[in-house]
Design a protein around this ligand. Structure first.
Ligand code: DQQ
Length: 569
């Protein structure tokens, strides 16, 4: 597919498109939208059917920037090797003549999958349509039929027709009604609009919005149940299917997650809370910020994500789009502008205060050559190279022990709302007391180019500790224009008790995807080194804090390249 040296090689990559993290979405560049490219955009709508995982994603078959949007379609038996099929849903009817935008799949109780998606009609109104497989015995589900009764949901009754999109997977209440949410806005208020239906055909809007927030447009809402630790019959890491909510006992013992993608800032936040089928009201639990400062799945390039229930391994899988914010000419030059991140298993932490994410276990089949480091002390100002393997496409798991936290710098409570600004100010090159320590990935031999994934530990005036996790790409390459933001989030771990912090980083040429504190805080970033490429990419552990750290264990594996969206023969 004509990838440059820094194209990621082990994931369903190659997505070239133009919606960006800072620009408003859906800008139509008439002169650009049909320039040659192979590429895609964001928003995966995965599901499982008859032995295959299906990934549907927004794709521009003709151009290098956002436009001509269809639902492209890929299938896999194991979430690792992917085969690309022809687009599943593309403009063909008046109700989607101007585009087939995001949506979701729902597997109906009969086993029939239904796709609900946003169509752009001749008036450029956003309407919701349904599509069914033409041939249920085809496990590839290659062809989809759009019933003539579409659209099934029109922007009636004061709904903003240009901000009405991305229906969720539907769920079925004990009262025999289906429900789904559609993202919308009124002025600056983001909305999840609730619709109900008895037959999946005739949908009626609820009088009250399901939920709202003063954050601008809500795109790609996702609403799903998660198991609670200690409750009932299931392990808390086990996923819960929305279909199980038909069982009242299940519906009562789970918590719910509402995630929204913020069109204005191009990041996502979620809350965990309770939901009552009788009143159809969702209430976030106390302690969850329900605004721009809310918890994020990922503090880096990660947008328009969707989750789905995997019946094979009974888990919930989250899949996000690693969007980028380079300029249109840059994206065209690179040949892509977004990729699908590695699918993550997702569950509620035992205390219920946040979600935890971890790369799906299938990724381990790609692991090859292994090296390890044990009990290695790294004093302040020192660094060590992890040698004996090729790190350019690798999986690195490490744990750092800090014995002495007594000198941790004082934490200013004002920093709590903006870890990113704090990390920008105290990047990896600014020496500290406890940290910065962590990994330099995609580094060249003399360390001019490097991307730092690291921690800093602070102490509050009540003697609690705060752990900051950062991704500092400011030295990843020295091309002046390239998009290189610093990303950061706090990690909710009791470091005074454990004296340890874990980090897993998946490196793939231009993708650095990190999981701090066992998946409590995640940061995905794209970097484009010029020197630290191929065999010239090195991996180091560094410590720029006064306090010494010990690498109690570091295991690193080369990763093999899977079949990455190979067209079906
Ligand atoms: N892009 C899609 C929309 C969605 C947005 C269109 C997310 O449906 O709201 O390609 O970036």
């Amino acid at each position: 597919m004509g990838m440059a040296a820094t194209a990621p090689l082990f994931w369903v990559a190659l997505l070239l498109l133009g919606t960006t993290a800072v620009r408003a979405s859906h800008i139509v560049y008439p002169e650009l939208q049909s320039l040659e490219a192979e590429q895609v955009d964001e928003t995966s709508r995965p599901m499982y059917y008859k032995g295959l995982y299906h990934l549907f994603y927004q794709y521009n078959p003709k151009g290098a920037v956002w436009g001509n949007i269809v639902w492209a379609h890929s299938v896999s038996t194991d979430l690792i090797d992917w085969t690309a099929l022809d687009p599943a849903v593309y403009p063909s009817k008046p109700f989607d003549v101007n585009g087939c935008w995001s949506g979701s799949a729902t597997v109906l109780p009969s086993g029939v999958p239904a796709l609900m998606y946003t169509g752009i009609d001749p008036n450029k109104h956003q309407v919701q349509n349904v599509a069914y497989p033409k041939n249920l015995s085809d496990p590839f589900l290659r062809e989809w039929v759009k019933p003539g009764y579409n659209p099934v949901i029109a922007p009636d009754g004061g709904v903003n027709a240009s901000a009405f999109r991305d229906p969720t997977t539907a769920w079925y209440g004990p009262d025999g009604h289906w429900r789904l949410l559609v993202g919308s806005k009124v002025d600056h208020k983001g909305l999840a609009v609730l619709y109900r239906s008895r037959d999946f055909k005739r949908w009626v809007r609820a009088h009250h919005p399901f939920h709202s927030g003063l954050t601008g447009m809500w795109e790609c809402p996702d609403f799903f149940p998660v198991a609670v630790a200690g409750a009932g019959r299931r392990h808390h890491r086990r996923g819960v299917d929305t279909a199980e909510l038909r069982d009242k006992a299940v519906a009562e013992e789970v918590k719910y997650v509402l995630k929204v993608s913020l069109d204005l800032t191009r990041y996502e936040y979620y809350t965990v809370g309770t939901y009552d089928h009788a009143t159809d009201r969702y209430n976030p639990d106390a302690g969850f910020q329900d605004n721009d400062y809310g918890l994020r799945y990922d503090y880096g390039d990660f947008y328009a994500s969707k989750s789905f229930y995997d019946p094979v391994k009974r888990r919930r899988i989250l899949w996000g789009w690693a969007n980028e914010s380079d300029t249109v000419p840059d994206d065209r030059k690179k040949g892509w502008a977004g990729i699908q991140a590695i699918p993550r298993k997702l569950w509620l932490s035992p205390g219920g205060r946040q979600l935890i994410q971890w790369p799906v276990e299938e990724i381990k089949v790609l692991r090859g050559k292994h090296v390890s480091v044990t009990d290695k002390v790294v004093k302040g100002g020192e660094y060590l190279e992890v040698t004996g393997f090729k790190s350019v496409q690798s999986d690195v798991e490490a744990a750092f022990e800090i014995k002495d936290l007594s000198k941790a710098e004082e934490f200013n409570p004002a920093w709590l709302t903006d870890p990113q600004a704090l990390c920008k100010k105290r990047g990896s090159a600014v020496n500290g007391e406890v940290g910065p320590f962590g990994l330099w990935v995609l580094a060249d031999a003399d360390l001019t180019e490097r991307t730092a994934v690291f921690f800093r530990v602070f102490r509050t005036n009540t003697s609690k500790h705060v752990v900051l996790m950062c991704n500092d790409p400011t030295r990843s390459s020295f091309e002046s224009q390239i998009y290189r933001p610093t990303f950061a989030g706090f990690v909710n771990v009791d470091i005074a008790k454990t004296k340890k912090i874990a980090l897993r980083t998946l490196i793939d040429h231009s993708v650095v995807e990190s999981f701090g504190g066992g998946g409590r805080t995640c940061i995905l970033t794209r970097v484009y080194p010029k020197k630290a490429i191929g065999d010239a990419a090195h991996l180091f552990v560094f410590n720029h804090g006064e306090a010494e750290i010990k690498v109690t264990n570091l295991d690193a594996w080369e990763l093999k390249t899977p079949k990455m969206n190979v067209p079906q023969q």
